[in-house]
Ligand binder design. Structure first.
Ligand SMILES: Nc1ncnc2c1ncn2[C@@H]1O[C@H](COP(=O)(O)OP(=O)(O)OP(=O)(O)O)[C@@H](O)[C@H]1O
Ligand SMILES: [Mg+2]
Length: 232
């Protein structure tokens, strides 16, 4: 862990405002997400995992405290610059896969590259190569409803990684999978993380997945209660 962290939180709090009611979701969280590591955020339902990942992914701003990403304070960055930064540098993987139903596996993976304005031949090469890395080259023409849950999540992993992001965030990527498929998806993400050298953060409520992670951040009721290194 000699490298600079990718993301640094300093006394970050997030309070959601619903009319008159204030809902504290994160309370005074300070942490550093280590670069090129496979980190896990562990906590029960309602503990603040999604809130934390949304802040790490710059999808939301904190109520208090500061967040630095790659050494820059995000409060100082304009919304437009932030969207460009996200499009280029951050890949997202979701609990419910979020694939586009009318597109094939190949087209779902290719889509972020189209948004980045890449040429068709480069898009094709990159998309097929990453589909091969997740073991789905033979399923490139399948639509999401012709794939199993685990296969859908592998397409989503390929889509998140195809643009070569420095940071990949996965919010409960195994929640809709049985435990065996879930564990294999986490292991696939780990293999790919090593291969591509990205920084990876996934969240889960399942303590059984701890042994699959390198760094573990445990949260409870919006507070970081423990950070430990599980493996090197
Ligand atoms: N947009 C919102 N508006 C108001 N309150 C919210 C909002 N999003 C989350 N909360 C509240 O903030 C707290 C943390 O929610 P969060 O979704 O981050 O938890 P979580 O750990 O991801 O839970 P789960 O495992 O169920 O997905 C909860 O009390 C939740 O009800
Ligand atoms: Mg959540």
């Amino acid at each position: 862990m000699s490298e600079e962290p990718v993301v640094i939180f300093k006394s970050v709090s997030k309070i959601y405002q619903m009319g008159e009611v204030s809902i504290p979701a994160l309370n005074n969280v300070s942490l550093s997400i280590p670069k090129r590591r496979f980190s896990m955020v562990l906590g029960p339902s309602g503990s603040g995992k999604t809130t934390l990942l949304n802040l790490i992914g710059c999808l939301d701003q904190p109520t208090n405290g500061t967040i630095e990403i790659c050494g820059e304070k995000i409060a100082a960055i304009s919304d437009d610059m932030m969207s460009d930064f996200r499009a280029q540098n951050i890949g997202f993987i979701f609990q419910n896969f979020n694939l586009i139903p009318v597109l094939t596996a190949f087209e779902n993976v290719e889509y972020p590259l189209t948004l980045l304005g890449m040429s068709p031949s480069i898009r094709r090469e990159k998309s097929l190569s990453i589909l091969e890395s997740v073991g789905l080259k033979d399923h490139a023409r399948h639509r999401p409803n012709q794939l199993s849950g685990g296969q859908k999540q592998r397409v989503a992993i390929a889509r998140a990684l195809v643009k070569g992001p420095m940071l990949v965030l996965a919010d409960e990527p195994t929640a809709n999978l049985d435990s065996k498929t879930g564990a294999s998806i986490i292991d696939l993400m780990y293999t790919i993380q090593e291969q591509y050298g990205a920084t990876f953060v996934f969240s889960t409520h399942d303590p059984q997945l701890i042994s699959h992670a390198q760094d573990v951040f445990s949260i409870r009721d919006g507070e970081l209660i423990e950070h430990h290194t599980e493996r090197g």
